[in-house]
Design a protein around this ligand. Structure first.
Ligand SMILES: [Zn+2]
Length: 417
């Protein structure tokens, strides 16, 4: 089974290499914009003649290079990638229009500005790129050998492509994509319900699990929040565009970078721990877009990086055979008492704790939700007791969320129980 993994390292190009790097960036931006311009013009001129429009042959990258000699100074693979990027941007736009896009909706492709274009990708052709782990240097197309700094001493598989990028703080990175052969991972069998966990996303604590534990995310954040506020306050006092303003701006970007790094690190460690401690993790399917809009929370939901966490969790789960069970987003995990299945429709977002009017259980909102998600997960896996919760849901007509793969087993267990 083919798998892909990225290795991102910081590189230290010299002055000449930096110039070449910027040249490739500029040229790939230019060709992207020219190709986009061509498409827009062709559309405008032929929008009433569908046959002509769909049958139109667009200029190839090579034709652009013939026309504009200076494009030849750039890494040619990077220019070829820009066509792929543009077609990708169009396809994202069309799937958004049709409402078929999985992630966030994407608008019509935009022209790239210097600010928004900070990376280019190049494919491996005739050994034009390499990593020398011994001498700590990488070979990149048109750039030759560049020193890098990183602890890792090897990478599995072979290089497919590299993405060179500049961060907002002016650091250069090379991210190599490796393809490797991985054995097919068999999903862990679940025999011990202790090794099944349920987690409910929480705005203040990242998440709360079925036992009421949180991953201890907040401590680090507070430190960075203070730093960010301080640097931003200093920036606001500088005259826009002045030397000191740029310096202050750079400091703000540095803090943002630290935050991003610490979050990625946090996610990595957390996901590794969860996948080794548990055989199944039950989570809610979240529509972050809908959620932040509905709660009017603006950026904070995204800031927590919960979506990044879920995608990393799924990735790690495929490598380790851990089961990730996603419960339907319409399942009212917070409103149902995990003890008796009573549904408290009057519960609002402000209610952090509540007492079940039916059985008298004292419930903490997030922990209760975590327990419910775990129970549904267990039911979906066809394990444990067919809970009172599911029975209740069936009685009151709430659809029981099921995954097709485990549906039958769950049904069987419900029938037996
Ligand atoms: Zn109850």
């Amino acid at each position: 089974m083919k798998r892909y993994k990225a290795l991102k390292i910081r590189i230290y190009p010299d002055a000449k290499q930096t110039e070449q790097l910027n040249k490739t960036l500029g040229c790939s931006r230019a060709i992207y914009n020219m190709m986009l311009h061509e498409r827009i013009t062709v559309f405008e001129e032929n929008k009433d003649d569908r046959q002509k429009l769909y049958g139109y042959t667009y200029k190839e990258v090579s034709a652009y290079k013939k026309e504009y000699e200076w494009l030849k100074e750039a890494d040619s693979q990077a220019l070829a990638w820009e066509k792929v990027n543009l077609l990708h941007a169009y396809s994202n736009f069309f799937t958004s229009l049709k409402g078929e896009r999985k992630g966030e909706d994407v608008g019509f492709p935009k022209y790239k500005k210097k600010k928004t274009k900070n990376s280019y990708t190049s494919s491996l052709v005739n050994g034009n790129m390499a990593i020398d782990f011994n001498l700590k240097r990488v070979k990149l197309p048109k750039l030759g050998w560049i020193q890098y700094r990183d602890q890792r001493t090897s990478a599995e598989g072979r290089i497919k492509s590299v993405t060179v990028s500049i961060s907002t703080t002016g650091k250069f990175f090379a991210s190599f994509l490796f393809e490797y052969e991985a054995p097919v991972v068999i999903k862990k069998a679940i025999t011990d319900t202790q090794r099944v966990m349920g987690i409910d996303m929480s705005l203040s604590d990242f998440y709360v699990d079925h036992e009421g534990n949180t991953p201890g995310f907040t401590r680090n954040t507070k430190k960075y929040e203070d730093q960010l506020a301080k640097t931003q306050r200093r920036l606001s006092k500088k005259r826009k565009g002045s030397q000191n303003w740029y310096k202050a701006k750079h400091r703000v970007a540095l803090v943002h970078e630290e935050i991003a790094n610490s979050r990625a690190d946090f996610n990595r460690k957390l996901v590794t721990e969860l996948c080794s401690k548990y055989d199944a993790v039950c989570i809610e399917t979240l529509s972050l877009k809908g959620m932040s809009r509905a709660l009017n929370l603006g950026k904070s939901v995204h800031d927590l990086g919960y979506a990044a966490f879920v995608s990393r969790l799924k990735q790690k789960a495929t490598e380790t055979g851990t089961n990730v069970i996603q419960v339907d987003k319409w399942f009212p995990s917070s409103k149902i008492c995990n003890n008796c299945g009573y549904k408290n429709s009057a519960l609002t977002l402000k209610d952090r704790t509540w007492k079940c009017p039916n059985c008298g259980a004292e419930l903490s909102r997030d922990e209760n939700a975590g327990k419910n998600l775990r129970n549904v997960g267990l039911d979906m896996l066809g394990l444990g007791k067919p809970s009172k919760l599911v029975e209740k849901m069936l009685v009151v007509g709430i659809p029981v969320p099921m995954q097709s793969s485990v549906k039958q087993e769950a049904h069987r267990s419900l029938a037996v129980g």
